[in-house]
Design a protein around this ligand. Sequence first.
Ligand code: ACO
Length: 326
Amino acid sequence: MRKSLLVGQGAYLPERIVTNAELAKSVDTTDDWIVQRTGIYQRHIAADGELTSDLAIAAAEKALVSAGLEASDIDLIVLATTTPDDTFPATATKVQATLGITHGAAFDVQAVCAGFVYSLAIADNFIKAGQAQRALVIGAETFTRLLDWQDRTTCVLFGDGAGAVILEATDASDANAAYGVLSTHLHSDGRFRDILFVDGGPSATKTVGQVRMNGKEVFRHAVGKLANVIDETLTTHALGVDDIDWLIPHQANRRIIDNLTAKLGLPVERVVCAIERHANTSAASVPLALAESMASGDIKSGDLVLFEAIGGGLSWGAGLVRLGRP
Ligand code: ACO
């Protein structure tokens, strides 16, 4: 029996920061409205010509350094993104080539904001099945390229960025039992497609559309479905919220995070919130928040961390991980 340990992490944010006040010069909004309704103060936006693969590679390189590994040690790359460089090939193969890796497999996963949790589950299952030894799991987005800058109800919410983690195979012996990916839980329900989508694509229109959202409905589903999947995760391990060192929620909206943690009875001190600096970076939000919190020393190797995310589909999920090597 095998299992995977989470042995490294890295993040990358584009240089350019756009504050709410700057946005308010071109969109009918205010800093006050955005802060009150979302908790967002600023977002990073990729430079012209800076692609999702560039962000992914920068985060991946940092993750390799933090794990003490070489690129050649990686035999699986799973890249979660809604904003690939091209329709094909997978952006993951560009990351693979740039890192100089010529063995193993690399592919993209499309589960929008839940993409990182989905990719973590996929990589963990590849490792458990004996099909990979060390996996690079990346969430990377240039999500602002999907925005309609005339639609104030959506364009203020998102940013660009990337986060990456490395999973490493180990034996599922007693010594390793408490460490690594303890479980993942995935769900989707396509009946809710119409409350959050970007239309267009090669099969339908050849051109990519822009984000459309029923914010109130997304909010309602997010709180309920995330509370349920967290409950499902804790129940699987007969744990309570007090047993978790950190919740790293998808960074969509401060009010969703606050509602959820109040519903769970989880103290805010143990909930990672980076929304004020990053806005919603979709698939990148969870690994980005993890890498930043580990770099600052708030989260440490050995901590028990619960990840969750929800996005278009609807697709949602959670993962319970004790970080580092035993
Ligand atoms: N600036 C100023 N006014 C605005 C803005 C803005 N950027 N956007 C909307 N308004 C106005 C509306 O037009 C409306 O005006 P009206 O009363 O004159 O009609 C008023 O503010 C209230 O609008 P609501 O839509 O009712 O505002 P609400 O409190 O629902 O907040 C929000 C909107 C922030 C989008 C909220 O519904 C939300 O956070 N939903 C979750 C959506 C989300 O996080 N999506 C991310 C992608 S999905 C995911 O990652 C989970």
